[in-house]
Design a protein around this ligand. Structure first.
Ligand SMILES: [Zn+2]
Length: 85
């Protein structure tokens, strides 16, 4: 199993879903993944802008995501990946 290179926020019992106004405990930790074949490098780190999502917002995030899910593809998510990595 690939380990993320960066993890900004640790999960604690006080952790809540990263969507503003949502008070639900998170079900998912959000990671960004990309692969650069030219450099044989992988990019895999926690999403700083949205580290945790509850079940409901994870589904919404995936459902509303728009774009190509391929290496170097650009996928626009409504909640996660706000820096558009
Ligand atoms: Zn939520």
């Amino acid at each position: 199993m690939l380990q993320p290179t960066k993890r900004y926020f640790e999960y604690t019992s006080d952790t809540r879903c990263s969507v503003r106004g949502c008070e639900k405990p998170p079900e998912y930790e959000v990671y960004l993944y990309d692969y650069y074949p030219l450099y044989h490098e992988e990019f895999f780190e926690q999403d700083q802008t949205c580290p945790f999502l509850c079940e409901h917002h994870m589904e919404e995030n995936e459902f509303l995501a728009d774009g190509l899910r391929t290496p170097r593809g650009y996928v626009k998510y409504p909640y996660s990946n706000r820096y558009q990595a």
